[in-house]
Design a protein around this ligand. Structure first.
Ligand SMILES: C[S@@+](CC[C@H](N)C(=O)[O-])C[C@H]1O[C@@H](n2cnc3c(N)ncnc32)[C@H](O)[C@@H]1O
Length: 218
């Protein structure tokens, strides 16, 4: 994937989005809802690799009572996503400018209700399965931070990555439901929010693969 060029005025533009990120997100571990001024009983959704944040913005709009936290490690992408949140004046959308490998430092046990992973890097050409965000070590981390009834919502354009993900889920105590290899022509599309990459792949006629994985008992 082509790397995004560093944005002009990255620092002042980032500072202007201060309501949507935390200088030390690890300090919020176990405390995200109150840190985000959201009710203690609300659900916490986490998106990994939000890119430019179109999906994050629409999800936060669709679920105003949910505390929505998006993780993005590329500063220029994260900036664009934060600017979307600011421009839309969303009070429930926050960002972690960081890496999902540090998940256990960001979130406490049983703090998260849902995780969204959309069009993550497949690492197929380089054959590096352990770097895939659905490798079993990642799934075990997600389990650790999930509340009972937790779900992972996963979408990809990539068949080998989808097959790999279904295998890893089955091996790691997750039940893959709503499995489809053509989301846009499935019964689940009416509820679907498209991401930037999803829109691009759909325009190219590439079918989107997706599943909602449910956590089996811990
Ligand atoms: C292919 S893009 C997809 C962006 C968006 N989800 C979409 O569907 O349009 C993958 C994004 O995930 C981010 N990413 C990849 N690995 C990550 C990680 N370990 N932690 C946080 N972000 C990550 C990348 O920087 C990139 O912005």
């Amino acid at each position: 994937m082509a790397r995004m060029r560093k944005k002009k005025n990255l620092i002042p533009r980032t500072l202007a989005c201060a309501d949507h990120y935390f200088d030390d997100p690890k300090a919020n571990k176990g405390n995200w809802r109150s840190a985000c001024n959201m009710p203690e009983g609300c659900q916490l959704f986490v998106e990994i690799g939000c890119g430019k944040g179109m999906f994050s913005e629409k999800m936060a709009q669709k679920y105003p009572d949910v505390c929505y936290v998006a993780i993005e490690r590329e500063p220029s992408c994260c900036l664009l996503a934060m600017e979307r949140a600011k421009n839309a004046d969303l009070k429930n959308l926050f960002f972690i400018r960081g890496d999902a490998t540090e998940m256990l430092e960001f979130f406490d046990k049983e703090e998260v209700d849902r995780i969204f992973i959309n069009f993550c890097d497949p690492w197929t050409r380089q054959n590096k399965p352990k770097r895939r965000l659905t490798y079993r070590a990642f799934l075990d981390m997600y389990r650790e931070v999930m509340r009972k009834g937790g779900q992972i919502h996963f979408k990809t354009d990539n068949d080998p990555l989808f097959d790999f993900t279904l295998e890893e889920l089955a091996a790691s105590g997750w039940e893959a439901t709503c499995v489809t290899r053509d989301l846009h022509h499935s019964e689940w599309d009416s509820d679907n929010i498209r991401t930037e990459f999803e829109t691009k792949y759909a325009e190219q006629g590439i079918p989107i693969k997706s599943t909602v994985a449910k956590m089996l008992e811990k």
